[in-house]
Design a protein around this ligand. Structure first.
Ligand code: SF4
Length: 293
């Protein structure tokens, strides 16, 4: 049993980035297999076979499922009883992402917004993206890595509707956004939808929505119903795998939500591509690390 120190955080941050890029979660593998079985169009079935081949090669060679290693995003939950120093954890997450990139090694995708100079290690000002949350009664630190490639992230969109526009406007916005994104986000992936909150919170909710295991329905019946309605509408578009036509255009629609202002009705879409990459580490006070998805 190892003892907790900040090297543990750095090591876990490195390993979850590599794991997310090389090892798809079982729920994603299962969802792709079920999608293939439901797909009736022969060209679309061939695309699924190419995806299975990419997964098989990644498994066999312990390499990347997709060449776009994305930007690193850590969703961190810190237990109220976990002995921690937030500033040090932040520093170690960045070092872990950098070391993963340089030591695996894989392509660093971060760049300066104006000079376009790439430091080659996936980090830089504002990166990695870190979401912080706190859990009452827990003594562990959980980090979920969700690397985001540009094909899907570039299709992100949000809009501030007004309450009079109602639920119908939110659904139409999501559907229009999906149709407009076409093949760019490498469908069929998870369509993450945020509703409620503020302009910034609603996009974070959409991003959190793509991080749920595929098809895990919202606990709220009204939200779960909206997820199903959107999923059916998106699959009815016929856009299909890689945007080339077929029965399956999305593996799942997930919605995360928050209360909003009485005069607001915000919605955001953050699409995840077919590999729906994510990996999780739970660090216990002893320093033991559990890896999973
Ligand atoms: S959208 Fe996803 S699957 Fe497509 S190239 Fe980017 S990371 Fe790869």
């Amino acid at each position: 049993m190892r003892k907790f120190d900040y090297n543990t955080v750095e090591e876990a941050a490195k390993q979850v980035y590599i794991k997310a890029l090389t090892d798809l979660p079982p729920d994603v593998r299962g969802a792709l297999k079920r999608a293939y079985e439901r797909e009736s169009q022969p060209p679309a079935r061939e695309i699924f076979k190419a995806m299975f081949k990419a997964i098989e090669i990644a498994d066999r060679k312990k390499t990347l499922v997709c060449q776009d290693t994305g930007l690193p995003i850590y969703m961190v939950k810190i237990g109220s009883d976990f002995p921690w120093n937030g500033a040090e954890i932040k520093k170690r997450l960045s070092k872990g992402a950098s070391r993963a990139t340089l030591e695996f090694p894989f392509r660093g995708s971060s760049t300066h917004i104006l000079t376009r100079i790439n430091p080659q290690d996936s980090v830089g000002r504002g990166l990695p993206v870190i979401y912080w949350d706190f859990v009452e009664g827990s003594d562990s630190l959980e980090m979920l890595m969700v690397p985001k490639g540009s094909g899907s992230e570039n299709m992100s969109t949000m809009k501030m509707f007004i309450p009079a526009d109602g639920k119908a406007a939110l659904k139409k916005f999501v559907l229009d956004a999906f149709v407009a994104s076409g093949s760019n986000p490498c469908p069929p992936g998870i369509i993450g939808v945020g509703i409620g909150g503020t302009a910034d919170l609603v996009m974070r909710l959409a991003k959190e929505a793509i991080a749920r295991p595929v098809g895990e329905r919202s606990q709220q019946p009204l939200i779960a119903q909206m997820e199903q309605e959107l999923e059916d509408a998106i699959n009815a578009t016929g856009i299909g795998p890689m945007g080339l036509g077929g029965d399956i255009s999305t593996l799942a629609v997930h919605i995360e939500w928050a209360y909003t202002h009485i005069t607001q009705n915000p919605v955001a879409v953050n699409t995840q591509c077919w590999p729906a990459r994510r990996a999780r580490a739970i660090i216990h006070p002893s320093g033991d690390i559990e890896y999973g998805f």
